[in-house]
Design a protein around this ligand. Sequence first.
Ligand code: GLN
Length: 192
Amino acid sequence: MKKVGVLSLQGDFAAHGAALERAGAEPVYVREREQLGQIDGLILPGGESTTMLKLMRYEGLFDCIAGFGQTKPVFGTCAGAILMARDVSHPAQDSFGMVDIAIERNAYGRQIDSRVVTLDPAPEFQQRTAPGGLEAVFIRAPIIRHINGGVKVLAEYDGDPVLIEQGRHLVATFHPELTSDDRVHRLFLEKL
Ligand code: GLN
């Protein structure tokens, strides 16, 4: 069985663990550097990216995860997407730059900061997983403002990319771990 790490310093790592189990993988709740040697891929969960950044630095995990991403697949959701971007704004903060996207934090504003919608994912996503709409939960979500060459858009919402892939890495601005549809996690497992 594939072993997939979930960064478990803060945020909704437990929901990702359950989603991985549903998708047929074994979750490893990563809190220490040594655990990176035991896993085939890593999920950076939703939560609060600034807090995760501070805790990663405190635990000495930031550089190790950056190095891990140079050879192994990483999947970021929401705050995790922010951590993986090349450029972060509103406000700016440090990030891994694993995917060539510019992302704006908390970009949907305060009044309508959370919502559940049904996306119509790209045909390629449906071919590689299974056909059908994709329920997406957005919680104080960022918006991907720019994508560069090499980035593939697998789903959009309101004209903005919300599920993208670049090489071995996968990024969602929503929370696929909070619905029972495990296609996005399965897609990630295919990359390991
Ligand atoms: N707003 C959070 C941040 O900027 C992300 C929210 C989430 O992960 N649900 O880090």
